[in-house]
Write a protein that binds this ligand. Sequence first.
Ligand code: SF4
Length: 400
Amino acid sequence: MQETPRGMRLHIGLFGRRNVGKSSLLNALVGQEVSIVSEIPGTTTDVVTKPMELKPLGPVLFLDTAGVDDSGVLGLKRLEKSLAAFERTDLVFLVSDGAWDEYEKHIADNCREHGIPVIAVMNKIDAWQPAEAFLNIVRAQVPEVVFVSAVQKSGLDELRQAVVRNAPKDFLDNPALVSDLIGPGDQVVLVVPIDLEAPKGRLILPQVQVIREVLDADACALVVKERELGDLMGKLKAKPTLVITDSQVMLKVNANLPVDVKMTSFSVLFARWKGDLETFVQGVHALDALPENAKILVLEACSHHPIGDDIGRVKIPRWLRQYTGKKLEFIFAAGHDFPADLSPYHLILHCGACMTNRREVLGRIMAARKQKIPITNYGLVIAKSQGMLERILSPFAAFA
Ligand code: SF4
């Protein structure tokens, strides 16, 4: 995580007076002790940077600006120096523990001028109750207000959701799909079954996007059907760096590959690209604890017309009933439909999400986390139900 280039991280500027609890807010958000306060609080104007992993959003860089105690000329003068951090800030947390006057207004005005989204974080909410009149003033300047207690760890999911709502689109949509797993000159084998479900005369979007990214990485993409894989492997002079398969033929692919060749699936790449692989991997283990008659919510991110042995409607339900040996009820939601109340469900199963953006999937992940319902995706349940989970996660450092 620490190796993610800074330019790829969402830069979050932390603004707030001294002692509003910015450090404890960071500690609570990332779940680890970090030290970001200046050594001489309130007297330095340095911006302290701290790269972190903000789950489930991914890598971020917090820019902790110096707080000020006064809102007079001196305070604003110090603030001006901190505002230089705006040049590299994608999103601002404006933290308050009850005060809101010229200092906060100045920051909010600057955010607006720079076109930087800002979230007003009302911290220490366990210790004070904001009056309606106070909130009206805040909301007139910063419409997005989140109530947090870093001490009691409340409101943190709401803050993460606000980040997803407000972060610039590029940061949520463009993590690496496959390019971080390969390098120039590498051979990448893509296994693409051409069956009844395959659209006539073309490849599907995830396959095309992976091929494009392999080419962008100056690597070589070799595309075969599963039947030709063994033949191809026999002809290659060197083992491929990576094999990416359609989930439905992963067992056949596994049988044709030496154990030391790294292998994953398109669906797992998309679990990471469009959502959060770690959350989905945690969620897939809920399969082992499903009760009899468990309800599984299947989220299809588009309203495609299911044909034949549709993967989400027919095959996965069949495989999961076989794997668990339980009666399972599958409830389907398509497109942007997403129930607000997830409590009836024991597991949420997301499709590869090729037709939607990461922001929408992350919103769903966070809603599931908040309601403590496990969430995973198609590729991971297929891999787990076929005993392939370990192998298809082997290319990813976090699981290797
Ligand atoms: S958005 Fe989901 S359901 Fe629609 S084609 Fe892509 S993976 Fe399948």
